[in-house]
Design a protein around this ligand. Sequence first.
Ligand code: ISL
Ligand code: CA
Length: 535
Amino acid sequence: MANLWWQNMLCYQIYPRSFNDTNSDGVGDINGIIEKLDYLSWLGINAIWLSPVYQSPNDDYGYDIKNYYDVNEEYGRLADLERLIEKAKEKNIKIIMDLVMNHTSDEHPWFIESKNPESPYRDYYIYQEGKNGRYPNNWTGFFSGTVWEKTDNGDYYLHLFSKKQPDLNFKNPKVIEEFKNIMAFWLEKGIAGFRCDVCNVFYKQSLENGKRSLVLTGLEHYHQTNKNHEILQELKQSFIGQYDLFMVGETVLVNTKEATDLIKPEKKELDLVFGFEHMETDQFNNKWFKKKFNPTKFFKVLTKWQEQVYWNANYFENHDQPRSVTRYGNLKYHYYSSTALSTLLLSLKGTPFIFQGQEIGMTNYDFKTMADFKDLESKRIYDIGRKLFIPKKYLFKMIKKTSRDNARTPMQWDDGFGFSTHKPWLNENPNKNTINVKDQMTAENSILKFYKEMIAYRKDNKVLLEGEFKMIKQRKGLYIFERELGQKKQTVIINLTKHVKILKINTSSIRMNNYDSVLKDKVMPYQAIILGGSL
Ligand code: ISL
Ligand code: CA
């Protein structure tokens, strides 16, 4: 069967705050995105996922929303966003908005109202009395520590994320109605769909104590509940016949079976989900410990998802993750390892997502002190680590490696003031001197040029777009798979190590290659090759 539009999509994620500043306040803005539409179109992408641009006090930089119907002043006005949607449409670029439904900001009028026990909004949130002078239960949240915050009345409200992100009560049907209205408002403006933030933890089945666990005690009471499935189905299905609504869910802690459950086409629930398993192959997800990147494990996880989930959302980066070339590549082989990752990302079966800056191989930032971090998660981990007497030096080192701010340093347009003429809200990476869009556009060979070429290759290649995935072999960081459609075949060879690998290669049908040439019996360090036939 031919692909649906979102299966042929190549989506570029923009973190607006760090993308392009046009009014010199150090903060990216919507006009800045409009200004770069030509660039995005040149690159060959056909959809943009916008991280939240709604009104927000920025405790979690937009993931704490105080008004879902308007744009945060620092990013522009609603009219600017409407212009972005229109201009993008002229270039055949769809806009996908981020939608945060699990929680609002504590500055949202609903929450402010809800503090009054008599208010009709009381039931929009989850309030509980303490138990014997202690928290209502033992749950711990995504940013560590208890999920309960005491109110002036002496009771508590629940927040799985920061205390400025109170969780909504999805047992209240009015909350679901509110989101239908919000979705309708944006669909009406011409957007194509939503990336739904943490959308498998909305429904809190019970508020009983959870099984003690190193991370997320209480998870079993709200993770992936049946009601949660029903809520997502209700949201999606309420637009049938009206809009061709696309929904990709950020679904925390899902395995391949749960992912499959969420995207069964006949259920009309989600179209795609973002899994996390491959992002956890270089670190324990609780962030307290560090593990070395193990390509064998990485490829194993990718293979499992390719084989068990019928259509994947493929990504190696987003605004919550350190830079992929630093994690999975090798800075000594910056060009080769970035382009090898690019080849892999764009040749797997599924819909690829590229995060801003990935196309030029942006790297992690060399943070010097805790004061360099802006992300609340990094700060909180530090505070809690200190309370547990984890040595400062060790704690800092670990946060530096894993901090979400690694992804959020400003986009490196050139070696000067390309992002902003003002001091940026978050430090720029000084390696913008050598890693930037301007240089890579003029260079004969660059990561950017390779991305563009790979994107173009994929776009016209039915085998890569529609073909089945078939694992051929993987050997200590050398990964080989085929994509197959009818009689046609593409073989993808990725060496994600600094070692030369021995392999017999049929060099007569080379389609893509990140080196000058392909040897018939060796794969070079971080070499990536696509053949138009078998090995
Ligand atoms: O970022 C993480 C680890 O570093 C995750 O635990 C993350 O908090 C989780 O994937 C949920 O992320 C989403 O919701 C958060 C927001 O802070 C993230 O930016 C967003 O992607 C709360 O809205
Ligand atoms: Ca600005």
